[in-house]
Design a protein around this ligand. Structure first.
Ligand code: GTQ
Ligand code: FE2
Length: 326
């Protein structure tokens, strides 16, 4: 039906509800009371995102393969996106977050760009790789966490001897939803390096993380164990960072919460049961705990896990909820 032909009388004096509904459709409206494929409201979070798990051995092998087949001259970033197997999803690892493993060869440079999405890197194997962030060269060595907040220029390079590997984390799916996407190539390719930073708010070294963990005590309720937070509220408020140290034998209390989490194993081995799915994790693995899924973590070896989350966005929006499940 052509909406422009519909008169006020057609709308105010429709003979029956079906006819009114038809006329409303032509005017770009649907009655709230009709049945829908997707209801507008539902009783509690029910995400399609799954507790996906990527194993380091496979991902590292694939990066080695990519290292032989494509250079950073062609692939601006030699990265492997961790796509959650949800129908229609091409990017997201969790609803609001994307992760990718990235690798760079000794002597290579991955040219600079900047974009609206915030990004961080968890360095899994590297001696001598670096990220330049707004002209400051940030060393990226094993165990470091390096931030590249939105619209900061950043490029990567490698002065060491052995291929370097890390995990990227960005809020791209959130930017896709909200649509403030911008991206720009640096006019010089690799941006000029002004200095090597020794003390940057964008770099959390393995040693820093360890000394913070040394001082941390497990949460009294037993959900998170010994856990520290890195404050990203000024630099990248969409991505919260926690690092947890779970000693061999640690068993967390099960819970669910209204936030999405992606974990990356920095050390050790353990098991997380997520919505009934068992994830046996070890060094370098990445796994997802989607919104409102029951999770029960345990460690069989002394372990350190990085995690990133949209929890702070949920809290800001006042959507945050937490429920113990034992
Ligand atoms: O290293 O700049 O995995 O811009 C995805 C997008 C890495 C990066 C990714 C990026 C980067
Ligand atoms: Fe980037």
């Amino acid at each position: 039906m052509d909406g422009s032909q519909i008169t006020l009388d057609d709308l105010s004096n429709a003979p029956d509800l079906d006819t009114l509904t038809e006329r409303l459709a032509a005017k770009g409206m649907t009655p709230g009371w009709i049945p829908r494929e997707q209801p507008i409201l539902w009783p509690e979070p029910s995400t399609d995102f799954t507790p996906a798990h990527w194993k380091w051995g496979e991902c590292r092998a694939a990066m080695d393969g990519a290292g032989k087949l494509i250079g950073t001259d062609l692939a601006e970033r030699r990265n492997l996106i961790l796509r959650n197997p949800v129908e229609g999803n091409d990017v997201a690892t969790a609803r609001t977050l994307v992760n990718a493993y990235q690798t760079i060869l000794p002597g290579e440079e991955a040219r600079s760009h900047r974009h609206a999405p915030h990004a961080l890197r968890v360095i899994l194997e590297s001696e001598g790789a670096w990220s330049v962030v707004n002209g400051d060269k940030h060393p990226m060595n094993t165990g470091d966490i390096v931030l590249t907040p939105g619209w900061c220029w950043h490029g990567h390079g490698h002065d060491g001897q052995d291929q370097a590997y890390w995990l990227d984390g960005l809020d791209v799916p959130m930017v896709h939803l909200m649509e403030p996407m911008f991206v720009e190539e640096h006019p010089d390719g690799m941006e000029p390096i002004e200095k090597t930073t020794s003390d940057s708010p964008y770099r959390f070294t393995w040693d820093m993380t360890q000394s913070k963990l040394d001082k941390a005590t497990p949460d009294p309720d037993g959900f998170f164990g010994r856990r520290i937070a890195y404050d990203t509220s000024d630099s990248m408020p969409t991505i919260g960072i926690y690092v947890q140290r779970w000693d061999a034998g640690f068993q967390a209390r099960p819970y669910r919460c209204a936030a999405n989490f992606v974990y990356c194993v920095m050390q050790g081995e353990g098991r997380s049961v997520i919505d009934g799915e068992t994830v046996d994790w070890s060094f370098g693995d990445t796994f997802v705990v989607p919104m409102w899924k029951r999770v029960e973590h345990s460690a069989s070896q002394d372990s350190v896990l990085f995690s990133m989350t949209d929890e702070h966005v949920m809290r800001f929006c006042k959507y945050w909820r937490f429920e113990a499940l034992d």
